[in-house]
Design a protein around this ligand. Structure first.
Ligand code: IPE
Ligand code: IPE
Ligand code: MG
Length: 271
C-alpha cells in the first residue's frame, strides 16, 4: 500500500514544488496536436474542500494545496504558449461561506501574490484580475494593482484571476457603464451591439474562451464567464483541484483537440 502511495507520488506532477516550465519536447506534451490547442482556457478550480476531507484535513488545507496546483498549471500554460488562462478563485457567491474560510482565502491570495509575483514576472506572465475588485480589502486591491503594473508589458500568458467575480455581476456592471453613456447622449440604444458589450466586460482584450475545465465532478458554470464561454467546449473531470496535475491539464487539451467545433455552421466535409 505504502509503495502504491509513494509510486503515485513520484509519477504525478500534481503539487510538485520543483516543477519548471516544460519545454516543447517535454514528455508531458507527447502526442499533443499543437495546431489544435485552445488559445484561451478557463478553469473552475473546484474540490479543494472535498480533497481535504478525503485526507482528514481541514478545508483550508485544501485551499493551500490548491495553490500549488495553480502554480504548476500556470507553468504548463506558459510551456504551451497559451494566449490566456483564466481561473476562478473566488465567486460573488463565495461570501456565503463561513467567515473563517473567507478570511483564510483572502489571506491566501495576498500570500500568493507576495510569494509568487516575482517568479511569474520572470516567467513573462501578464497578470490581470477580473471581478468586482472594489469589494475586496484595500490592501489586497493595492497588491493586485501592483501585480498588474509590474507585469503589464510582459508578452507571455495572460493570467486572469477571477476574484469576487460573478458573470451576472460583470454583465450588470457592463450594462451600467453602457447605460451611463446612453444617458449622457454619447450613444443611442441602437448602437449597443456585441462588440460594445465585450468592450465593457472585465475580460476585454482577451480572445473568447475556447475551453472551460471544471474539476471535482460537478457539471455547472457557477456563474463563471457567462458571456465569454458562449461557444466554449466543456471538460469535466472527477479529479479534485489539489490533485489536478499538468498531465490532467494536457489530457483536457487532448480531448479538446478531438472536438468538432462548428460555431453554428457546417463542417467542410458536410457542405
Ligand atoms: C474551490 O474548492 C475553491 C473555492 C471555491 C474558493 P471548494 O472550496 O469549492 O471545494 P469543495 O467544492 O467544497 O470541495
Ligand atoms: C465555483 O466553485 C467557484 C470557484 C471555484 C471559485 P463553488 O464551489 O463555489 O461552486 P458551487 O457552489 O459548487 O456551485
Ligand atoms: Mg466547490
Amino acid at each position: 500500500m505504502l509503495k502504491k502511495i509513494l509510486g503515485k507520488a513520484v509519477t504525478t506532477l500534481a503539487g510538485r514544488d520543483d516543477f519548471a516550465i516544460p519545454k516543447h519536447d517535454s514528455p508531458l506534451f507527447a502526442g499533443l496536436d499543437w495546431e489544435k490547442l485552445p488559445k484561451h482556457v478557463a478553469v473552475i478550480m473546484d474540490g479543494n474542500g472535498r480533497w481535504a476531507k478525503g485526507q482528514g484535513l481541514m478545508r483550508t488545507a485544501g485551499h493551500k494545496a490548491g495553490v500549488k496546483t495553480l502554480k504548476n498549471i500556470l507553468k504548463t500554460a506558459s510551456g504551451l504558449e497559451l494566449d490566456a488562462l483564466t481561473v476562478y478563485a473566488f465567486s460573488t457567491e463565495n461570501w456565503k461561506r463561513p467567515e473563517v474560510e473567507v478570511d483564510f482565502l483572502m489571506n491566501l491570495f495576498s500570500e500568493y501574490l507576495n510569494k509568487e509575483l516575482q517568479e511569474m514576472h520572470e516567467n513573462n506572465v501578464q497578470i490581470h484580475f477580473i471581478g468586482r475588485l472594489d469589494g475586496l480589502s484595500d490592501s489586497l486591491q493595492k497588491q493586485m494593482r501592483e501585480a498588474v503594473e509590474l507585469t503589464k508589458n510582459n508578452t507571455g500568458v495572460k493570467f486572469n484571476i477571477a476574484a469576487n467575480y460573478g458573470g451576472q455581476d460583470e454583465l450588470v456592471r457592463a450594462m451600467q457603464k453602457i447605460a451611463a453613456r446612453v444617458q449622457a447622449g454619447e450613444l443611442a440604444p441602437a448602437d449597443i451591439n456585441e462588440a460594445l458589450v465585450e468592450e465593457n466586460l472585465d475580460t476585454y482584450g482577451n480572445l473568447p474562451v475556447d475551453l472551460v475545465i471544471r474539476t471535482s465532478g460537478d457539471m455547472r458554470l457557477s456563474n463563471f464567464l457567462l458571456w465569454q464561454a458562449a461557444y466554449a467546449e466543456f471538460y469535466f473531470t472527477d479529479v479534485n483541484w489539489p490533485e489536478f496535475s499538468p498531465e490532467c491539464f494536457v489530457d483536457a487539451l487532448r480531448d479538446f483537440a478531438s472536438r468538432d467545433r462548428r460555431f453554428g455552421g457546417l463542417n467542410e466535409d458536410k457542405k
